[in-house]
Design a binder for this molecule. Structure first.
Ligand SMILES: [Zn+2]
Length: 141
């Protein structure tokens, strides 16, 4: 009896592993497919703009990517360190459609300077809030 139970556990274990492996294979295949589609879209300069997801703008002029209907790689020079970088179509899509960035803003800082700037801002905010908290505290008596 014991032996057959052990055998069953081994078989179950193997089945679970096989299922896990199939799941991972499917995931990898889906990811590869996504990358392939993205590369094709890039090659054709066709990462589409979803105008319904853009932040509203009061301006009468229309940004180039909206007019074109696609995002394309935008080379720029970092305003802090002068490094040349490319703002990729997917980064633009995220910035305008997910982060709801203003449609007339562009990338100005490289990746490294951007994260440095973010850290600087959050430190400044923390100092500011600590200062406020100190002011609000009633005087000790
Ligand atoms: Zn930089």
């Amino acid at each position: 009896m014991k032996r057959s139970k052990q055998t069953r556990e081994v078989i179950d274990g193997k089945r679970r592993k096989a299922e896990e492996w199939r799941r991972l294979q499917a995931q990898n295949a889906a990811e590869k497919q996504r990358l392939r589609e993205y590369r094709v879209a890039l090659a054709r300069d066709q990462v589409p703009v979803d105008t319904t997801r853009l932040a509203p703008s009061n301006s009468y002029s229309i940004p180039g990517f909206v007019e074109r209907g696609t995002y394309r790689p935008e080379p720029f020079v970092c305003k802090d360190c002068g490094v040349a970088e490319v703002w990729t179509p997917l980064q633009q899509k995220w910035w305008y459609e997910t982060a709801k960035g203003d449609v007339f803003t562009n990338a100005v800082r490289c990746r490294a300077c951007r994260s440095r700037e973010r850290a600087r801002k959050s430190a400044a905010r923390r100092v500011h809030l600590e200062g406020l908290a100190r002011k609000k505290k009633p005087p000790a008596s």
